[in-house]
Design a protein around this ligand. Structure first.
Ligand code: TYD
Length: 167
């Protein structure tokens, strides 16, 4: 069954120049990239992304981590991969959440670490299940940024709304 999955290359992955390595590993899945962009992550976006962890003691730290405040890199690369069993394929490649427990050849096993403060810096986010993938993709992307029709969308006319165009 075809599925979509949200992948984030987190600020530590960008700071360590791992983008190419991570994309090369993900290309082993033969899945299709259907959306990709660089994002400056607001506190609101990070908090919404990790809403299921808001009661955890490390919530504040992972919000700062996703915003890039721990790495002096205020950006993440967001991608949507699409294809057969996309979530399992990408999560298997990513490895366990805790990089010390992740299989050593997985992306997190190869490149992740636990900080002295106890945060898992695991270089990549992968949606955990289909309902989460849908929630996350809708949070990170507008419908017209994804090149396949993943979810129902509606056309909206913006009267007072201004965007930038190239001068
Ligand atoms: P979670 O959504 O549980 O895992 P995953 O990213 O594998 O789906 O956790 C979100 C992030 O929070 C995780 O990537 C790293 C961080 N984290 C910690 O720093 N310490 C922890 O004990 C846990 C469970 C997560």
């Amino acid at each position: 069954m075809n599925q979509a999955v949200l992948i984030l290359i987190k600020p530590d992955g960008l700071k360590k120049s791992l983008t190419g390595n991570i994309l090369a590993r993900l290309s082993e899945t033969k899945l299709e990239i259907v959306a990709a962009k660089m994002v400056r992550v607001s506190k609101e976006l990070a908090e919404e992304h990790y809403q299921h962890l808001k009661d955890k003691p490390f919530f504040g730290e992972i919000v700062k981590y996703l915003q890039g405040e721990l790495h002096d890199r205020k950006k993440v690369m967001a991608l949507v991969y699409w294809g057969e069993d996309a979530i399992k394929k990408c999560r298997d490649l990513a490895g366990a959440t805790n990089p010390e427990e992740a299989e050593s050849t997985s992306i997190r096993g190869s490149y992740g670490r636990i900080t002295t403060g106890g945060v898992y810096e695991n270089v990549i986010h992968v949606s955990s299940q289909e309902s989460e993938a849908e929630r996350e993709i809708k949070l990170w992307f507008h419908p017209d940024e994804v090149i396949v029709d993943l979810y129902l969308a509606k056309k909206v006319a913006h009267k007072e709304y201004k965007t930038y165009d190239w001068a």
